[in-house]
Design a protein around this ligand. Structure first.
Ligand SMILES: [Zn+2]
Length: 686
């Protein structure tokens, strides 16, 4: 591992922050924190922290000694000075004299000692930074260090490797007790460059930001070099079926197995979003004959447990043509996982005095031999974090096994970490949105109504995929949503294109829960004279397009086995034909019937089918030019043309989007058509 320090960049950081009145020391603290944060072999997802001891004026202008320490859970790669809140150092140091300190009390003292009252909560490892004397302190859970300390004889390997340059702290859970222990061990040998925390990570110290950072790089490099010596070949491969099923066949089954019925709302499911990873290293790991041993040995560092749980789910290898067997086995594996988790909770909650509340017993990582690994979470973002940490664990455990045998902390120690309120606080307490965990596909996603609908579903917490034959339009609409929205090229008049698009959605998120079949276009012609080709073209898009999309979605929904929701954009024309508009109205009328057919055929599977009947919405179909022509032809203003309805109100794409959203949330409604047209009695459904 090479030092990333560049003199000119360090100076640029000093100059840039000086303009905001930030000191040289704090500017360099930010600079090297970012250097550490940008290397995933050192730091992943808030899994490290840094500090600086300096002086600063308090709110009254009096200069006080402070510890600037990274805020809890913040991202080191993008940190700014405000991400290192300043805490009065003398107050923190007084705590060392105490025999014990409750978490709530520490949090209150910390907050009351912040120079800036609105600053984020400091890192849970704040006292370790405070009790050590050094000006600069860096802490990481570096992969190479973990591969060495996660061994039965990890302390002995470190002692030999570092030859007095570091002291070793036996495993103690992060918090007050660890801070005291680490300070005592440091003081017994104050010439060390750092501390190795057994089964946890590494701290380095320095009088300058550069000295501290480069000690981290040097000590981690020694561990990396050690891992290259005397390696044994890992892992011996297990017997696997000849033909492994593809990702898009496996993911919906796994996702369904990892979903739970909502106890409180009949018909509702709590779904997970999946994030898939495969690489030669991951396949080598999940295909190993001893996977059941080394994958279940526990976390690589205690901080991972809140994101990955202590163990991943392990399934059987999915054999193509035998997916029913895989489904049964996956469901049984998830049931076993849940029972094991509940027994683990009960055992340790009893030890903790019965005061803890059990978290959900669902896996956050799934290993599928022959295929790869999945991260699971209630959002794509959470699933990605779990997958990143799982991928990192694969690397650490592989290296640990190559030089010895991977060993984690004890089950009791993992429980104490998982149920530590200060760790749980990192996950936040924001209430979940109504569509959290749901995956929505919107066809015609690049158009006005499709884009508005995707935006409304994303705002309600769903992960959204925008399908459109105009890939750029879909990409622009996805970008405007500003989340993990996915844009996929899809021509709904082509069955292969629809199949590929749904496979891409499944690969990205793990399945499909809601489909808004919205793609369409208008053809005109007097029905007695219209060319048959025109009629067929319109049927291809405005009827068969919906049927293809619904069929592809139902296949995935049935594999998940957790119901679903099909929503269709039908038109006023379906019930109230306009002159010369037969080529558009006829397939739309068939689509209205299609809605009801899906409602009838799949109600027993929990799949709902509903439609929105909108009229006169400014969109790609009803363009500004078209509106200008039609209003001129009728001798009315554009506004009057668009609001020529009973309520006298113009209907917008957002109104249509809200109607789709409403239907997605109405768990007891199927076979329904919701009219969004400002009122048109001639088109009223009976
Ligand atoms: Zn740590």
């Amino acid at each position: 591992m090479k030092s990333g320090w560049v003199d000119s960049e360090a100076q640029a950081a000093i100059d840039r922050y000086a303009r905001d009145g930030i000191s040289r020391d704090l500017a360099l603290r930010v600079y090297t924190t970012r250097l550490l944060g940008r290397d995933p072999k050192l730091v992943l997802h808030g899994g490290g922290n840094t500090s600086l001891k300096t002086t600063m004026p308090d709110l009254l202008g009096e200069e006080v000694a402070v510890l600037c320490v990274k805020g809890s859970g913040s991202d080191m790669a993008a940190i700014e000075p405000a991400g290192l809140p300043a805490v009065r150092l003398d107050r923190l140091r007084k705590l060392r004299a105490r025999a014990a300190l409750a978490d709530e009390e520490l949090v209150r003292i910390q907050r009351a000692s912040l120079l800036e009252p609105a600053a984020p909560n400091p890192s849970v490892e704040i006292l370790l930074h405070a009790f050590l004397p050094h000006k600069f302190i860096d802490h990481t859970h570096a992969n190479a260090i973990l591969s060495i300390v996660d061994q039965p004889d990890g302390e002995a390997i470190c002692a030999g490797l570092y030859d007095g340059r570091v002291s070793i702290v036996p495993y103690v859970m992060p918090g007050f007790a660890l801070a005291k222990r680490a300070a005592d061990i440091y003081e017994a040998k104050p010439d060390v460059e750092g501390l190795i925390l057994h089964k946890h990570g590494i701290f380095t110290f320095g009088e300058s930001a550069r000295e501290d950072y480069e000690r981290m790089i040097a000590l981690v490099t020694l561990a990396e070099e050690r891992l290259q010596k005397n390696r044994k070949a890992v892992f011996v491969t297990a017997q696997l079926p000849q033909a492994i099923a593809p990702l898009d066949a496996v993911a919906p089954i796994l996702r369904g197995a990892c979903s739970r019925k909502d106890d409180k709302i009949e018909g509702a499911w709590r779904h997970m979003i999946l994030d898939f990873r495969a690489s030669p290293a991951i396949l080598n790991f999940v295909n190993g004959a001893e996977l059941a041993r080394y994958s279940q040995a526990g976390v690589v560092t205690p901080d991972h447990t809140i994101r990955t749980k202590n163990w991943p789910l392990v399934t059987v290898a999915p054999e193509r043509e035998r997916m029913d067997d895989f489904k049964r086995a996956a469901q049984a594996a998830v049931t076993d996982f849940g029972e094991r988790y509940q027994a683990y909770f009960a055992r340790h909650n009893a030890r903790a005095g019965g005061i803890k509340r059990a978290l959900d017993p669902l896996p956050r990582v799934a290993l599928v031999p022959g295929l790869g690994l999945f991260g699971l979470g209630r959002s794509k973002e959470d699933a990605k974090i779990a997958a990143d940490l799982a991928q990192c664990a694969v690397e650490i455990i592989t290296d640990a096994e190559a030089i010895g045998r991977f060993e984690s902390i004890s089950e009791a120690e993992m429980f104490d970490m998982e149920y530590w309120p200060l760790e749980q606080a990192k996950l936040g307490t924001a209430a979940e949105k109504p569509l959290a965990g749901e995956i929505a596909v919107i066809t015609g996603g690049g158009g006005t109504i499709g884009a508005a609908t995707a935006k409304a579903f994303a705002a309600a917490g769903a992960e959204v995929a925008l399908l459109d034959c105009d890939e750029r339009a879909a990409a622009n609409a996805a970008k405007a949503i500003g989340t993990a929205a996915l844009a996929v090229k899809c021509d709904v008049t082509d069955a292969a294109s629809v199949g590929e698009a749904f496979a891409r959605v499944v690969a990205a998120f793990g399945g499909v829960d809601i489909v808004v079949s919205n793609a369409g276009a208008a053809w005109q012609g007097r029905i007695g004279e219209v060319d048959e080709d025109v009629l067929r073209k319109s049927f291809e898009l405005n009827f068969y397009g919906h049927q293809r999309v619904a069929q592809a979605a139902v296949k995935i929904m049935l594999a998940q086995g957790t119901g679903g929701c099909l929503l269709f954009n039908v038109s006023k024309q379906a019930v109230n034909p306009g002159p010369n508009f037969g080529p558009y109205g006829l397939p739309k009328a068939a689509t209205l019937f299609l809605v009801r057919q899906y409602a009838v055929d799949y109600g027993a599977d929990g799949i709902r089918a509903n439609a929105v009947n909108a009229d006169r919405v400014r969109s790609g179909l009803l363009t500004d030019t078209f509106i200008a022509e039609r209003s001129k032809a009728r001798g009315v203003s554009e506004k009057d043309y668009l609001s020529g309805n009973l309520l006298g109100r113009e209907v917008t794409a957002d109104d249509v989007a809200q109607a789709f959203l409403h239907q997605a949330l109405e768990l007891k409604t199927t076979g329904d058509v919701t009219t969004v047209d400002g009122g048109n009695i001639a088109a009223a459904l009976r």
